[in-house]
Design a protein around this ligand. Structure first.
Ligand code: FE2
Length: 371
């Protein structure tokens, strides 16, 4: 493999050159990474020593660069061979598996998105890798022909990673029931929302598996919160700004528990880029702010709600028995149209998994298939 990036050696100092900038690599950074048997466990690739025992004045006494290998003598008597490609991979953000998958913006014009077909061995296949990449590009994916046995969703979730259990249990049933504790268990329409904004942390991914669907309504709806956020930023900058600053309280009350968390409706990461949306206007509470700020906040939330509920952004589709919808609860909003429960049964089962499951699986499959 040819790298544009390079490792250079000059008078017992080692440099990383990315084509634009050249910077010296700290000798301690290299010393921590020695791969000698007494320092690194071959199977787990975990360190066999605590680097805080090393002296901080580690220096390189001798270094030789040959092909993909650095031969280094450190001043504490340790001699080691380090692979140049490993150092470059670690230095280069471009090589990081997750950041290399770019989000694709979409709205109601989205069509022809590839569905995936379930098979019993799918979790260890290249198909699963493609499925997960598509999931991170669009924020959702539909898997067809998933066996409609009760609880099968748990098998599916655990074949990717681990189910995220909540106080609702390992999974939940979505069908209309008498005296429901949530509007999800009625036949009303559900406006686009994100799930469980009151949990710490909010579940990352929702899986929804259709077992029975005999009604003509009850269509599933999805909205890309990422696209809406980007459009809001371009068209209503002041609304975008207040919604990324003010933390509101989300609260869920049940007989045995009161769940509560505070967050911005649009949360940005440390680089100021999109991280997460939360939207559940039946259970959010803005704090008491001065009148001008609240005035702006309410206008901003109304505009956001108008965007989320607009036909411009929403896709609608029917989930049929055997369809499993996997959606990013930090990025997408989901909902459903109303239905007439007298027409027949509508029964879905849902559960959550977190990003460590999907990201862990992607990295594993990338390594397995040498992608
Ligand atoms: Fe929901």
């Amino acid at each position: 493999m040819k790298y544009l990036m390079n490792i250079e050696v000059e008078k017992n100092r080692i440099f990383f050159n990315d084509g634009n900038n050249r910077q010296e690599i700290h000798p301690f950074w290299l010393r921590e990474r020695v791969e000698n048997k007494e320092f690194l466990d071959e199977i787990t690739q975990q360190r066999l020593f605590d680097p805080s025992i090393l002296q901080t004045n580690i220096l390189i006494e001798k270094v030789k660069l040959e092909n993909d290998e650095l031969e280094i003598n450190f001043n504490d008597g340790v001699k080691s061979y380090l692979k140049v490609s490993n150092i470059i991979n670690e230095y280069s953000n471009q090589k990081m598996v997750m950041s290399s998958i770019k989000k694709v913006k979409w709205d109601s014009n989205l069509n022809n998105l590839k569905n995936f077909i379930y098979n019993a061995d799918i979790s260890e296949t290249k198909e699963m890798y493609d499925l997960l990449v598509s999931f991170y590009q669009y924020g959702f994916v539909i898997i067809k022909n998933v066996p409609t046995q009760d609880n099968f969703i748990i098998n599916f979730a655990n074949s990717i990673g681990s189910v995220r259990r909540t106080n609702f249990g390992e999974f939940f049933n979505v069908r209309s029931i008498p005296n429901p504790n949530d509007l999800a268990y009625t036949s009303y329409n559900l406006a686009p929302h994100t799930d469980n904004p009151y949990r710490i942390p909010v579940p990352c991914i929702q899986l929804l598996h259709c077992i029975e669907n005999e009604v003509s309504g009850g269509l599933s709806t999805l909205v890309d919160g990422y696209t809406v956020t980007e459009d809001l930023k371009n068209e209503f900058k002041d609304y975008y700004e207040i919604l990324t600053k003010i933390k509101v309280k989300f609260k869920f009350i049940d007989k045995e528990v009161i769940l509560e968390d505070w967050s911005e409706l649009i949360k940005l990461d440390e680089k100021g880029e999109f991280k997460q949306v939360r939207f559940s206007p039946r259970l959010d509470y803005v704090p008491i702010l001065n009148k001008e700020n609240l005035d702006l906040y309410y206008k901003a939330r109304n505009k956001l709600s108008e965007f989320y509920n607009s036909d411009k952004y929403r896709i609608e589709f029917k989930l049929n028995p055997g369809d499993l919808l996997m959606m990013d609860n930090y990025r997408l909003l989901h909902g459903r149209t109303s239905f007439d429960s007298n027409e027949g049964n509508r029964f879905l089962q849902g559960c959550y998994i977190d990003y460590d499951s999907t990201e862990g699986k992607i990295r594993h499959l990338k390594r397995k298939f040498n992608i």
